[in-house]
Design a protein. Sequence first.
Length: 277
Amino acid sequence: MVISDPIDAAHALAELMRDTTTLAITGAGISTDSGLPDYRGQGTTEKPSIEYDMFVDDPVWQRWVWQRNHETWRVFESLEPSPGHTAIARLEDAGFISGVATQNIDGLHTKAGATNVWELHGSFARVRCLDCGRVIPREEYAADLDALNPNWPQYDRDPAVLATADREEAEASTFKVAPCSACGGLMKPAVVFFGEGLPSDDMDAAMRAATEADVALVVGSSLVVNTGMWITRQAWATGSPLAIINYGPTAADGIVDLRIDAGASETLEALADLLGA
């Protein structure tokens, strides 16, 4: 059954989630109301992104990644949570949601007040040294980059989540990359690049939560990215009912119990109100 009306969907979800504990599994679709594009939807680039080994092995790609990151990272800082993020935080606070396993790197679940958030693809708000493992806030590393690249232009649109592999532009870059202030090692945005391993602590915690959940609720993801599908299948394998809120088809439509083709914010706000969260 597919429900397209947010109010009807909220009533069906309330029946499913009342007196249970639900794990939320979220993707880019929950953040579109905050102004971010759905990176697998309309308006996205077809150009390949720089992969982990490319970044680690080549200073040209290192300069290009950090130039593009530095030009646009403040876009994420300025974003506000969508009503969907806020509704999930309300549902967690009221005990209906045990936590959020998110494929997003925007930090908006935490900004909305959610406490149990597992960032499966890392976070744009942090930077990690690949040599000593030190992790620092992006704001702190920005000061190091500003000192080496004074008056470098900043943009307020189109955040460069992963820089595109444009070799000609990369070789023309004069951007200077700041080393780790603790060991002199290579700093990298704490987001998962293609070809890079997932953060094990967050993945392990999300898989445990999926095993323990009574219900799994996917929001704003087509689940074509394996990360979210792994968590979803783990919950489904334990017998948990599966509900999905997403515009368009998903990779889990063959196993879903409640399919909602409606806006995430409208549906989740109505759900939180119905459950008194």
